[in-house]
Design a protein around this ligand. Sequence first.
Ligand SMILES: [Zn+2]
Length: 133
Amino acid sequence: MYIKKDNIVISTVRSNKSKYEYYIPSKHLVTRWFNILNEEIFNNEVHPFKNISITRKSDCHAWHQGCYNGDYIFGELSLNDTFENKTYFLYTLAHEMIHQWQWMKYNKTDHGQTFMKWKNKLEKFEIPLGVSI
Ligand SMILES: [Zn+2]
C-alpha cells in the first residue's frame, strides 16, 4: 500500500498537531471529514451516522451510541463542541468511526480485537489509536 506524502489526512494531522488553535466542529465539517477518512482509511466501509450532535462535554471528547429501531440498526455520534486543535478532532472522529464500523458489522462496540484491527492502518496516516477518547 502506498500513500502520497501530500495525502490530505497526513498533511492535516501534521500541520495542526502542535497548534493551540481551538477547533469548533460543525455537522458539515464532521460529515466532510467523515467522508475523507472513510475514503482514505476505511475503504468506505463505515456507514454514515444516523445523527450527529455537537454538545459541550466535560468528561470525554465524544461517544458513539449503537441503536436499534425494530428491524433496523444504526449508530449516532455525539461530539464535544471544542477540540484543542484540528488534529485531535481527527483522532477522535477516527476512533468513533471504528465504533460505528464495529456496531454496524458486529452489533457491538469495544476496544478489543476488531477495534485494534485498524491500529496499523491508522498509524500509516499518523493517527494513534487509544482506548480513551
Ligand atoms: Zn472508544
